[in-house]
Write a protein that binds this ligand. Structure first.
Ligand code: F6P
Length: 323
């Protein structure tokens, strides 16, 4: 392995920059050349390659987003697109790739490997924490802090006006952000795709809360909940409880930004170095993750096929806490 390429793809997440820094500096440490590929697969197709040195990644550890930029490339989904990308990799003598992103990124990496046998190691980078083969994905911890900060502020005003707030958070297919931040932020109800009968439970909880004369109520809604987003759920509740004063807040992309937390910086550093060391040892087609504090390599095929399951034990805490 003399020359490796690194890129970020899909939704950005805080922790990607510390991870890029780790890939570049560990690659240099082991005597390799490291090339940064800009704008993910789109840049790979267009030939946006830049040689990286220790200084190119200076002062980025504390920055959110990704200095390599990101994109979602439709062209890379085609055989022709991947051919163009491979030709650019060949032109730049790239021997191996580190792909930082989520499920779609890994599916692309696997296709590239299957067609052109280029060794690829994936690093889980998404705020959603929905990837199999790791306890945490890069950016999840920071996103949780962002959501909790917002919940504390929402609680102040909710309490002053005796209101019910419906707070929608990201998680297209998964309720990790909603459940964990909801529990940590004291939400009375949490609606996520992994749980059935969410709205029925919500109505029961609201009835109990009214009897207990609770002064405010926060309902966390994962954007991917099967019963709809926060606006839809709020409409249903308003039809049921005409006396309630309801408001909706969609936190949106602020969850994707911000300075990475200590945990995300450490995770990015650890996984970045492990990806480079894995490539050196001949690992390929794997995602490097962290399970029970150990670095673990999982075949990309498995990482893509399976999803990260939420600990169902946490569900029962919602009701116990909503007193
Ligand atoms: O990064 C994953 C994610 O945060 C999802 O939870 C969300 O649905 C999606 O990104 C939105 O991404 P974009 O605005 O980039 O399409």
């Amino acid at each position: 392995m003399r020359k490796i390429g690194v890129f970020t793809s899909g939704g950005d997440s805080p922790g990607m920059n510390p991870c890029i820094r780790a890939v570049v500096r560990s690659g240099l440490h082991y005597g390799m050349q490291v090339v940064g590929i800009k704008h993910g697969y789109r840049g790979m197709i267009k030939g946006e390659f830049a040689n990286m040195n220790a200084r190119s990644v200076g002062n980025i550890l504390q920055r959110g987003g990704t200095i390599l930029k990101s994109s979602r490339s439709e062209e890379f989904r085609t055989v022709e697109g991947r051919k163009k990308a491979y030709e650019n990799l060949k032109k730049h003598n790239i021997d191996g790739l580190v792909a930082i992103g989520g499920n779609g990124t890994f599916a692309g990496a696997l296709a590239l490997h299957q067609e052109y046998q280029i060794p690829v190691i994936g690093i889980p980078g998404t705020i959603d924490n929905d990837l199999h083969g790791t306890d945490f994905t890069l950016g999840f911890d920071t996103a949780l802090d962002t959501v909790i900060d917002a919940l504390d502020k929402i609680r102040d005003t909710a309490d002053s006006h005796n209101r019910v707030f419906f707070v929608e958070v990201m998680g297209r297919d998964s309720g990790f952000i909603a459940l964990i931040s909801g529990l940590a932020g004291g939400a009375e109800s949490i609606l996520i795709p992994e749980m059935d009968d969410d709205v029925l439970n919500l109505i029961k909880t609201l009835n109990k809360a009214l009897k207990r004369k609770k002064s405010s109520h926060i309902v966390m809604v994962a954007e991917g909940d099967e019963e709809g987003g926060a606006f839809q759920i709020a409409d249903r509740v308003k039809r049921e409880f005409r006396e309630l004063d309801c408001r909706v807040v969609v936190l949106g992309h602020i969850q994707r930004g911000g300075s990475p937390s200590c945990n995300d910086r450490l995770l990015g550093t650890r996984l970045g170095v492990a990806a480079v060391e894995g490539l050196m040892r001949g690992e390929k087609n794997v995602m490097v993750g962290q399970i029970h504090n150990d670095v673990v390599y999982t075949p990309l095929t498995e990482a893509i096929k399976n999803s990260h399951k939420i600990d169902k034990n946490l569900f029962r805490l919602i009701d116990i806490m909503a007193k």
